[in-house]
Design a protein around this ligand. Structure first.
Ligand code: DGJ
Length: 722
C-alpha cells in the first residue's frame, strides 16, 4: 500500500486521500465523499457515503458487524464492498465462483492498494484459493464515483465465474429509505415508481440480452420524510452495460440497505483459464443533499462531460427529420426527395431515411442482413437523395438494424449458423427476425464490414442503429474457452468494439441508439452513441410522462423527440404547438408526413423550429428543473437554465382545464436572485407579466400564464440583462 498521501487531481477538482494508518481511502468528488476501509477481519467495507467531508475528518475504523444470533452472522451485518458467496453470506453476493475442485466458497481479504492518478485500486484475495479480485474506484468532479471489478484466476486450473457484480453500494445504516426506479414496455417506457425500502430484496433486471424497455439500470434512493424534487438526500446510480443486467436493492432486518448490480447471474457463467480475468461493467453512483432534481442534474452533466463520445463538451444535437412515421417501409428516391425539400424549409438540419431502403425489404418479413440498396426503390443508389439533401443544406443519415437477420434474406440462406441458436432447436422469431450472434468474430467482422463500406461509399453523417427484438435461444456453438454462456459478455463487448472502430475510422459519424424506441439506453451504449430514440410512442400527452421519467436518469441532450401527425397511437388530436413544445424538451425532431401537412401548419412548424434554435443550447446543455410533474395533475412545466446563467426557458403545458380554475402560478428556479431578466413569451397573449422582472420575483412570486382549455401550452424565454 502506498504511504499516506492526498492525491490531488486538479483537472477534475477532486481527490483521493489515503490514510495508511487507519487503512482508509477517501474519494472526494463534487459535494460528496465516499470512504472505504479494511476491518479487523481484513475485509473491505464501506465506511462512509454522504455529504463531502471536511478536510482531515476522522471517521470510525472499519469494523465487522456484530453477530446478533446464530442466524444473523457477522457477514450479513457488515457493509462489505464486494462480498463473495461463502462463510454465511445470505444477502446478494457480488461474486460466486465454482473452482475446479467443486469448492464454491469465496471469502475475500484485503491484499494491496494502488492509487494511480484519479484511480484507486484495491486488491483482494480469497483466503484459500488463488482468486484475486481487483476493485476499482474513479472519482469525477461532477459528483460521481465509478466502481467496477476485475476477477482474476491466479491459479493453475480453470475456474467458472457464476455471478459477478460491478459493485455493492452500502447506504448509511438507518430506516425511512425509499427508492425510485424506472420500468416500461414498448411504447410505454420510462415509467417512474417509488416505494419504501423494507426488509427483503427488490430486484430490477433484464434477462433479455440487452438493457430492455422493461426496466432501466438506474436507481435513486431518498428518505421518505426528507427527500423532495427540490431538497433532501439522494443516493443515486446507474450501470454502464447494454446486456443482461441486475440490480438488487436489499433492506436487511438490521436496517442495512445495499444495492448490488452488474452482470445478471441468470444463465450466466464465464470460464477463466489460469492467468485470465473478467472485467465487470462500470457502476456509477453519487450523492446529493439537493433532492431528486439535483440528482438528475448531476447525472445529466456527468453524461455530457464524461460519458458521451464527444465529451466534455458535446455540441447540441441537430434538428432531425425522420421519414419512418410518414412512409414506413415505402421509401423511394422521389418520395424521400419530396420530404427532404419540405423538411429543409422547416429548418431541419439532418435528414434520415429510416427502414426499408435495402435488400428485399417491403415490410418486416424480409431483407434484414442484406445491406445493399434496394434497386427498385432507389434505382440510382442513394447518391441522388444524398446529393439533394446536401444541396438543401442538410446532412444525411441512414437507418440500420445491424445485429439482426430475417430468415428470408440472402445472408441467412448463406449463413444460417450465424443466427443465435441452440442447434436442433427451433429458433423463436420476433418481428419475423432472428439475432445474429455478435459474440462470433466472423459475425462481428461482417457487421463492421458492411457498416464501414456503406459509410465509406456514401456521405453518411449519421446512423440510426435499431434493435427490434430481445434474445431467445442464446446458444453459441463453437464458443471460445470462456464457454457458451460467455455470450452474455462477449456479444456486448463486440458491439462496443464495432461502435468504437466505426467512430475511429469515421470521426464525423454520429450514431443514435434505438431499440424499438428506448429499449437500449444505458451509460455503456452512451459512451459510443450521441443520442437515443426515447420511445416509439410520439403521442404528446404520453410523451410528457415518458420524458419526465427519462429525465430522471438521462440528459435532455440525448433525448430525441419528434413532432408527428395526429391522431397518433392513442387516437388523440393534440394541437401542433403543444406537440412542438413537448418535443422541445429534448433534441427536437420532426416525423410528420410533410407531404400531407397543410401550408399553414408548415409555416407554423417553421416558426417553432426557429424558436427552438434560439433556446436549443439552454435546453440541451443547461440545467433541467422539473417544476411540475405531468403525473401530479393537469399542469406540467419544465425549466432549463443555461450553463452560464444568461438564459432560462420555461415550457408550460395544460392538459385540461377544470372548474374554471386559472393556471397555477409558476415559480421559476435556478435563477440569479439579484439579476434582472427580460421575459419574452412565445405567445404574448398568454403572458400578462412585465417585460423586465428580477430573478427574486420570478422565483419568489412566480409568473402567471393564461393557459386555458385542453392541450394549451406556451414558452417563456428569460434573458439575463444585468
Ligand atoms: C423501430 C424504431 O423505434 C422506429 O423508429 C423505426 O425505426 C422502426 N423500428 C423501423 O423498423
Amino acid at each position: 500500500m502506498s504511504a499516506s498521501v492526498a492525491v490531488a487531481l486538479p483537472c477534475f477538482g477532486q481527490a483521493i486521500h489515503v490514510d495508511a494508518a487507519r487503512m482508509q481511502w477517501t474519494i472526494d468528488t463534487g459535494t460528496m465523499s465516499y470512504v472505504v476501509g479494511v476491518n479487523e477481519e481484513k475485509m473491505v467495507q464501506t465506511v462512509y457515503w454522504g455529504p463531502r467531508l471536511a478536510p482531515g475528518a476522522v471517521l470510525p475504523m472499519a469494523k465487522m458487524g456484530g453477530e446478533r444470533s446464530s442466524f444473523d452472522p457477522a457477514m450479513v451485518a457488515t457493509p462489505l464492498e464486494y462480498a463473495g458467496f461463502g462463510a454465511g453470506l445470505y444477502t446478494e453476493p457480488a461474486l460466486k465462483v465454482d473452482s475446479a475442485d467443486g469448492d464454491r466458497t469465496v471469502v475475500l481479504e484485503y491484499a494491496d492498494a494502488h492509487v494511480t492518478g484519479d484511480l484507486l485500486e484495491l486488491v483482494l484475495r480469497d483466503k484459500v484459493k488463488p482468486i484475486v479480485v481487483h476493485l476499482y474506484y474513479q472519482g469525477f468532479a461532477q459528483g460521481v464515483v465509478a466502481r467496477w471489478s476485475r476477477i482474476e484466476n491466479a491459479g493453475k486450473t480453470t475456474i467458472k465465474v457464476e455471478q459477478a457484480a460491478s459493485a455493492t453500494w452500502n447506504l448509511p445504516r438507518g430506516t425511512g429509505y425509499e427508492w425510485s426506479w424506472l420500468t416500461g414496455q414498448w411504447a410505454g417506457e420510462w415509467q417512474l415508481h417509488t416505494a419504501a425500502i423494507q426488509a427483503g430484496a427488490q430486484v430490477i433486471e433484464s434477462r433479455r440480452g440487452s438493457t430492455s424497455h422493461e426496466a432501466n439500470p438506474w436507481f435513486a434512493v431518498g428518505k421518505t420524510k426528507e427527500t423532495t424534487e427540490r431538497a433532501g438526500p439522494v443516493w443515486f446510480g446507474e450501470l454502464g452495460w447494454s446486456g443482461s443486467w441486475k440490480m438488487a436493492v436489499e433492506g436487511t432486518t438490521q436496517d442495512d440497505v445495499r444495492i448490488t448490480g452488474g452482470f445478471n447471474p441468470f444463465d450466466f457463467e464465464y470460464a477463466l483459464k489460469p492467468g485470465e480475468s473478467l472485467g465487470t461493467p462500470k457502476f456509477y453512483a453519487g450523492y446529493t443533499a439537493g433532492g431528486r432534481g439535483e440528482a438528475s442534474r448531476i447525472l445529466h452533466r456527468f453524461q455530457r462531460e464524461v460519458i458521451l463520445p464527444t465529451h466534455p463538451d458535446p455540441k447540441p444535437r441537430p434538428i432531425i427529420y425522420n421519414s419512418w412515421e410518414a412512409t414506413e417501409f415505402n421509401v423511394s428516391e422521389a418520395g424521400q426527395i419530396a420530404l427532404a425539400e419540405k423538411a429543409a424549409k422547416l429548418g431541419v438540419e439532418l435528414f434520415v431515411i429510416d427502414d426499408g431502403w435495402f435488400g428485399a425489404r417491403k415490410d418486416d418479413h424480409a431483407g434484414l442482413g442484406d445491406w445493399v440498396v434496394n434497386k427498385e426503390k432507389f434505382p440510382n443508389g442513394l447518391k441522388p437523395v444524398i446529393d439533394r439533401v446536401h444541396g438543401l443544406g442538410m446532412k444525411f443519415g441512414l437507418w440500420f438494424e445491424p445485429e439482426m437477420v430475417n430468415p428470408d434474406s440472402d445472408l441467412y440462406r448463406k449463413h444460417p449458423e450465424w443466427a443465435m441458436n441452440f442447434p436442433g432447436r427451433q429458433r423463436t422469431e420476433m418481428r419475423n427476425q432472428l439475432l445474429l450472434n455478435l459474440a462470433r468474430t466472423d459475425v462481428k467482422e461482417y457487421v463492421f464490414g458492411f457498416l464501414d463500406k456503406t459509410v465509406s461509399e456514401n456521405d453518411i453523417a449519421f446512423i440510426k442503429w435499431d434493435y427490434n427484438r430481445n434474445w431467445s435461444e442464446p446458444g453459441w456453438a463453437g464458443a471460445d474457452s470462456a464457454g457458451e454462456k460467455a455470450i452474455y459478455v462477449k456479444y456486448v463487448e463486440n458491439l462496443y468494439e464495432i461502435f468504437a472502430r466505426l467512430r475511429k475510422k469515421h470521426p464525423g459519424l454520429e450514431i443514435e441508439t434505438c431499440s424499438g424506441g428506448g429499449g437500449r439506453v444505458d451509460l455503456g451504449i452512451l459512451q459510443y452513441t450521441d443520442e437515443v430514440w426515447t420511445s416509439d410512442n410520439t403521442d404528446a400527452l404520453d410523451r410528457l410522462s415518458i420524458q419526465y421519467g427519462f429525465s430522471q436518469a438521462y440528459a435532455p441532450q440525448v433525448m430525441v423527440a419528434w413532432v408527428t401527425d395526429v391522431p397518433n397511437m392513442d387516437h388523440r388530436f393534440i394541437p401542433l404547438q403543444f406537440r412542438f413544445l413537448v418535443a422541445m424538451q429534448g433534441a427536437l425532431g420532426v416525423g410528420s408526413n410533410l407531404n400531407k401537412m397543410p401550408e399553414a401548419e408548415l409555416a407554423e412548424s417553421a416558426q417553432l423550429v426557429n424558436f427552438y434554435k434560439g433556446i436549443r443550447d439552454t435546453v440541451q446543455t443547461g440545467g433541467l428543473y422539473r417544476l411540475a410533474s405531468p403525473e401530479a395533475g393537469d399542469a406540467a412545466q419544465v425549466e432549463y437554465v443555461a450553463k452560464d446563467g444568461s438564459q432560462a426557458v420555461l415550457l408550460a403545458y395544460l392538459h385540461s382545464q377544470r372548474y374554471r380554475m386559472a393556471y397555477p402560478t409558476v415559480k421559476l428556479e435556478g435563477l440569479d436572485a439579484t439579476a434582472i431578466y427580460r421575459v419574452r413569451a412565445l405567445d404574448a397573449a398568454k403572458y400578462k407579466g412585465a417585460e423586465l422582472v428580477s430573478g427574486s420575483v420570478l422565483m419568489g412570486d412566480g409568473v402567471r400564464l393564461g393557459l386555458t382549455g385542453d392541450y394549451d401550452s406556451t414558452a417563456l424565454v428569460l434573458e439575463k440583462v444585468k
